[in-house]
Design a protein around this ligand. Structure first.
Ligand code: FAD
Ligand code: 2MC
Length: 378
């Protein structure tokens, strides 16, 4: 598992070339201009990155989660924010592939896997984030349609994407009263809030999705009524792995640049790279990333195998990987001295992007809740 065969190497190298050629050279400008590069996402789609673990009859690449985390780490070396959006797109697309009927799969997935259509995932609401099972957006049956009313908060890609997988309440309070819907962007009654002003992740928009009696055909219900929370959570298991992978990729770039910087920078008569204290910092940074990567690959293999402990392993990998990634990137900034604080060096952008990985797709406190339940047997 820890030695990549030729195929696995080729997959990771393809993602790395894409990141080197199309993401890294533009990442700072996209961040500054708050530009969502849809043209580059389409190119990602043409390489099979829009449906990494989607079945191939609808254009998916049919790869494993283990391949996916390696892909997302490489993509994030170029831009964590865009890599993370591609992960969210894959998560929503996977939910349609896994829980959709044949009509839904055939209607939506060819466009999504090619990234001609872009997807968003809408669970969070203004009053409900961590306690997602308490969501209040309602879906009421009306003949052959459902009418959806409520507000979804912090939706990645919103306003620029085409397909929204939206969790809404069709039944009683609690997780089992929630259903999942495929909602196209042009649905009457659906509108968007302003693009949020954020610390990082500026290369992708974040908006509210406002539903005011939005009319959605009943044929767009994903799975059966009452199954939406489980669908949403199963999507997030893989999403959490990918987000950890994005933290690793961003942090690895920060570490690599730090080594190069310390090699060039002189102080007190020698290269900073010769300073033993700083070498120990670099050693700890590399060790943290290797430990996080090892746990990540282990969790991805558990998800591939549908292992009984997959949920807590995904939570552990997310918590550990996103904390390690942020700490390494922040240390890299410190080791750049004042230059680390300047935008043109690219390190502060990585720190800003990685900070939110400790919050979204389940905060790291919620990851501890999930792991703790597995420990105490709750
Ligand atoms: P809260 O749930 O209010 O939590 C506040 C604090 O309390 C946190 O520190 C939390 O960890 C802590 N806390 C809460 N409950 C517990 C507990 N039981 N034990 C210990 N600590 C606890 N959501 C989507 O659905 N789709 C998206 O595409 C999406 N994209 C996002 C993009 C960005 C840039 C951001 C910032 C968020 C995004 N989110 C998205 C929302 C994200 O998932 C939530 O912000 C996150 O789940 C936390 O919810 P909250 O913000 O409501 O915080
Ligand atoms: N995988 C599969 N199933 C899961 C699951 C998981 N990770 N987590 C919960 N479930 C199932 C669980 O087995 C149960 O199923 P059943 O009805 O068959 O018994 C059901 O879901 C309800 O689970 P709980 O009883 O554990 O629900 P509870 O409300 O106590 O806690 C909690 C759930 C806190 C773990 C969940 O609400 C959570 O993960 N909160 C964080 C929300 C979150 O991650 N939001 C991310 C939004 S997306 C985003 O940020 C992006 C950037 C895209």
């Amino acid at each position: 598992m820890f030695t990549l065969d030729e195929d696995e190497k080729a997959i990771a190298e393809t993602a790395r070339s894409f990141a080197d050629e199309l993401l890294a050279p533009n990442a700072l400008e996209w961040d500054e201009r708050k530009h969502f590069p849809v043209d580059v996402l389409r190119k990602a789609g043409s390489l099979g990155l829009g449906g990494i673990y989607i079945r191939d009859d609808v254009g998916g690449s049919a790869l494993r989660r283990l391949d996916a985390v390696r892909i997302f780490e490489q993509l994030a070396t170029g831009c964590p924010a865009i890599a993370a959006y591609i992960s969210i797109h894959n998560m929503a697309t996977w939910m349609i592939d896994t829980y959709g009927d044949e009509a839904q799969r055939n209607r939506w997935l060819p466009g999504l896997t090619s990234m001609d259509l872009l997807a968003s995932y809408a669970l969070t609401e203004p009053g409900v984030g961590s306690d997602a099972a308490a969501l209040s957006t309602r879906a009421v049956r009306d003949g052959d349609d459902y009418l959806l009313t409520g507000v979804k908060q912090f939706i990645s890609g919103a306003g620029s994407t085409d397909v929204y997988v939206i969790m809404a309440r069709t039944g009683h309070p609690g997780a089992r009263g929630i259903s999942a819907f495929i909602v196209p962007a042009d649905t009457p009654g659906l509108s968007f809030g302003a693009n949020e002003r954020k610390m990082g992740w500026n290369a992708q928009p974040t908006r509210q999705v406002v539903l005011d009696n939005a009319r959605v055909p009943a044929a767009n219900l994903l799975g059966v009524e009452g199954n939406g929370f489980r669908i949403a959570m199963n999507g997030l298991n893989g999403g959490r792995l990918n987000i950890a992978a994005c933290s690793l990729g961003g942090a690895q770039t920060a570490l690599d640049r730090t080594v190069a910087y310390l090699n060039e920078r002189k102080a007190f008569g020698s290269r900073l790279l010769d300073n033993t204290a700083l070498q120990f910092d670099l050693a700890d940074m590399r060790t943290s990333l290797e430990a996080a990567r090892t746990l990540l690959w282990r969790a991805a293999a558990a998800l591939d195998a549908d292992a009984p402990d997959k949920v807590e392993l995904c939570a552990m990998a997310k918590r550990f990987g996103t904390d390690a990634g942020f700490e390494v990137a922040n240390k890299a900034l410190q080791l750049h001295g004042g230059y680390g604080y300047l935008a043109e060096y690219g390190i502060e952008k990585i720190v800003r992007d990685l900070r939110v990985h400790q919050i979204l797709e389940g905060t790291n406190e919620i990851m501890r809740v999930v792991v703790a339940r597995s420990v105490v047997g709750a």
